[in-house]
Design a protein around this ligand. Sequence first.
Ligand code: ADP
Ligand code: MG
Length: 287
Amino acid sequence: MTGTTTIPVTQTASTAPAIPVLSVEQVTVRFAGLTALDDVSFTVAPGSIHALIGPNGAGKSTSFNVLSGVYRATSGTVRFGDALLTGLMPHRIAELGVARTFQNIVLTAGTVADNLMLGRYTLTRAGFAATALRLPGAVREQRRHRERAREIAEFVGLGARFETPVGLLSYGERKRVELARALCMEPKLLLLDEPVAGMNTAERKAMAHTITAIRRALGISILIVEHDMGMIMRISDEVTVLDFGRRIGGGTPQQVQRDPAVIRAYLGTGDHAAPAANRTTDGDGAR
Ligand SMILES: Nc1ncnc2c1ncn2[C@@H]1O[C@H](COP(=O)(O)OP(=O)(O)O)[C@@H](O)[C@H]1O
Ligand SMILES: [Mg+2]
């Protein structure tokens, strides 16, 4: 055990896998007639909280979609340690330890436990057939996974809601289910797409606290897209700034906040959720 761990982990520090560096190298993504990402490079250091910021339509969600294998890069590479992620299917990328949450939560079916067990699926060694036949090994394994899912639910503040249908939860609680589901994959890199969008001040504060607690407890890397600049500047080690698909700045929160190009494109606008006036797309229209 690391001694700093607050999610009871099943791994010991000596068997826990090292956290690899994520390297995004000159990635370009083109859709018919539109360049969503243009030669973008950045690196996420192991165990760091790295923010990806920029106006709507800047290419933040596209970056997540490339990292998680949902979109193919037109050119460029993404590496996670020794593994080349570009070209892999989403489930292979998930198996390598990259888990994501989605900007628009769609959870409505099942209980919190059901949703978290879906997150355990990539880790379930006993196949569906063995589980359906209730073979002793499979039953034992299911029980272990359920216990771990419960620990994670408690860690994100959903312990009392474990058996509750997600349809009965508040919006803020459903965002936490989404986070817990990703954590159930025991990721080495967690991709959070707008984790506090639509939340009130108290919920935002609690979520920021949970995100820093995850990093502290698990030592994993976290890449976060968020428009809440107060939160981003408080919790991030490093920030990458995108605008119109290009990387226009990056560095520590202090460096980025002083960068004239970043202020001009994004920080100076005040309303960080709004698309710039000359933008013709709202990116994902989620807000
Ligand atoms: N599947 C897609 N097909 C066509 N255009 C897309 C697709 N996904 C994203 N885009 C476009 O790519 C650009 C970047 O979008 P996105 O990555 O969602 O921005 P952000 O998340 O920073 O708001 C936008 O112009 C958007 O309309
Ligand atoms: Mg987006």
